[in-house]
Design a protein around this ligand. Sequence first.
Ligand SMILES: [Zn+2]
Length: 174
Amino acid sequence: MAVLIGCLLLTGCSKPRTIEDVEEEMRSLPATYLTAETGKEISAPSNKGVFVDEETGELCFPAYMCTNPDCPGEKQGDRPFLFIHRRMLLEAGPNGEVIYNEIPEGKDPTKYITSRGGFMNPTCPACYKKRNPDSESAAEKQKYIKWAKPYEAPEVVQRRAELEEEFQALYKPK
Ligand SMILES: [Zn+2]
């Protein structure tokens, strides 16, 4: 009886999961976000996109990790250094909304973004402090671009792999 009640309380316990259920969980797996100013870490669904943190009023962006083996950024245990790719055209509105600004007419996008302290590609700020971008070769620049990767917590990577398996088991080609 106890088992039966437990089952009734858990939604989805009585019927097997569908492929749509699995896809929905994949889309909304928790992602690591960092606030733009203070770097506060927040876990939110990966399909949430950029949002405003209620507590600090700061914009939150998905975390990237620096995989440069010589990255001078501060690491937490085994975890690589995390940073964000800040979108300079976005702003936090007074009511917790995200404001999308446009590049002013006639301005060069790259110059406009970099003059405001932004980057065109995800760029590790810790490595950047030690670089001389003006004298770097194209190959060197490319190396840094490749070292910046979207970050997923190990438990999310594991869950995603399990979901892939579940998806494959349910997938029936038409
Ligand atoms: Zn780095």
